[in-house]
Design a protein around this ligand. Structure first.
Ligand code: ADP
Length: 452
């Protein structure tokens, strides 16, 4: 069942049923009350007649007495214990009452009876008749007028029901439209996306703050995110394949050279093998970095522990000194212990340290201290620096300031972007400050002990 049908059904149909039930219940209650009132009135009239007749029965003729107390639209009669009808009086319009069924029960009765297709108020009272017998004085009164009034009431209620149904149906339709329109639009957009493979947005017209508007907005935001991610992915893949193309071309051309002249020319052989090996190493590094970055999407698995910064820096710096045979000094302004993932922080430090050593020749200084209530590790080099217009871009994937030089230094422009991903994962912040020709300071800001 469609949502629209459900809304219509649950609102309009239920409301109409409720309305009908209320009206029917009101009608029957009112009808009962009106008939009851009429019966009571007739009964009171009959009691009045009984008193009058009883008083004067010995002096005035029975027929005259009955005519005197006869109701305006009915009949008054005496019924003897043997069921015989005694004297009676009725208005000429109620001639049919002449044959009103006779019953003798010797007890007081009052009720509504149907006779000749009309409702009548019937009341019967015991009366001591002239000869001392206990007869019954019965009064019958036509209730056609009340029935006519009730009929009018029923028509009014019916009209009210029908009139009330119209706005209910209209409002239900409007409501179901309001609810289903954005949903239908969303389904339509999703279908279009599926068909065309393009990221489309829902046109949001109403400025209301309702949930449907919110849903549309969320959908559009999700589309934005998907599109951005998709574009990033596309750029990443094309950059990655572009990066792999160069070493592959080198390997390809050297291997065909080897095929042709490799066996005859030992110098060329050596050159080709060296080039192929160096490109292969480059490619391995690149694929390793790419793999590490791809991991980012499947959530880093963090192992947080309290780590003394000096110890971590000292360990890493020692291996750099060994590997690069460079002058690296450590200055401790303020030692601190941070809660972080040791391995990830080490990776970040390695990337920054590697850059500092790659892009400078003078000694590199590592400073451990505090900045704005956060622990910091600064890696300061006095190298070529980064032009100010590039400082903001070096964290982008595959971004290199000087591509020709970077190739010589073995970089792919992935280091800093990887470092940023890692830093984000452990809740650290990376700040690069650089002056071209003077040097670069890379700062790792870490939240203290138990804040992350
Ligand atoms: P790469 O692997 O090429 O070094 P990175 O992402 O680590 O890639 O760095 C991006 C670019 O930023 C580098 O190509 C380099 O031009 C520049 N860069 C990074 N660190 C430094 C630094 N300490 N000194 C000078 N330039 C740097």
């Amino acid at each position: 069942m469609k949502l629209r049908t459900k809304i219509n059904l649950f609102t309009a149909v239920l409301f109409i049923i409720l309305l009908i039930l209320i009206n029917v219940a009101s009608f029957f209650t009112f009808r009962h009350m009106m008939f009851q009132n009429e019966v009571e009135r007739t009964h009171a009239e009959a009691v009045h007649a009984l008193n009058g007749i009883s008083k004067s029965i010995d002096t005035i003729q029975a027929q005259t007495l009955l005519t005197t107390y006869m109701p305006i639209n009915g009949m008054l009669r005496v019924v003897h214990p043997d069921g015989e009808v005694g004297p009676r009086a009725y208005v000429p319009e109620q001639k049919v009452l002449k044959d009103f069924p006779t019953t003798y029960q010797k007890s007081e009765r009052k009720q509504v009876v149907n006779y000749d297709g009309r409702p009548y108020a019937f009341t019967s009272l015991p009366i001591i008749w002239k000869n001392g017998e206990v007869a019954e004085l019965q009064m019958v009164e036509d209730l056609s007028q009340t029935a006519a009034n009730l009929k009018t009431l029923s028509l009014v209620l019916l009209a009210v029901t029908i009139i009330a149904t119209i706005p209910v149906i209209v409002s239900t339709r409007v409501l179901s439209n309001v609810i289903t329109k954005p949903i239908t639009a969303m389904i339509q957009t999703m279908r279009e996306i599926r068909k065309s493979g393009q990221y489309k947005r829902i046109r949001l017209t109403n400025e209301s703050n309702d949930e449907l508007h919110e849903m549309g907005q969320t959908f559009n935001e999700m589309m934005d995110l998907l599109e951005v991610n998709y574009e990033k992915q596309e750029i990443f893949v094309s950059n990655a394949s572009h990066e792999l193309k160069t070493p592959l071309t080198v390997i390809d051309s050297y291997s065909s050279l080897l095929k042709r002249r490799g066996q005859t020319d030992p110098k060329l052989f050596q050159e080709a093998v060296d080039a192929i090996q160096s490109e292969a190493i480059h490619m391995r590094e690149l694929t390793q970095q790419l793999l590490l970055m791809a991991k980012h999407d499947e959530q880093w698995k963090l192992q947080m522990e309290n780590i003394p910064l000096l110890q971590l820096v000292d360990e890493s710096v020692t291996s750099f000194r060994e590997g690069y045979k460079r002058d690296i000094s450590i200055i401790v302004e303020e030692e601190s212990i941070v809660k972080t993932d040791k391995q990830k922080l080490k990776q970040v430090f390695y990337i920054l340290m590697d850059n500092a050593l790659k892009y400078s020749e003078k000694p590199v200084i590592v400073v451990i201290g505090k900045e704005r209530n956060q622990s910091s590790i600064k890696i300061i080099d006095q190298g070529i620096g980064i032009p100010s217009q590039d400082v903001g871009k070096v964290f982008d994937r595959f971004y290199r300031v000087d591509k020709a030089r970077a190739r010589k230094t073995g970089g792919y422009g992935l280091g800093l972007s990887l470092a940023k991903d890692l830093a984000d994962a452990i809740g650290a912040k990376l700040v690069l400050e650089s002056v071209e020709g003077e040097g670069t300071t890379a700062n790792i800001l870490l939240s203290n002990e138990d804040s992350h």
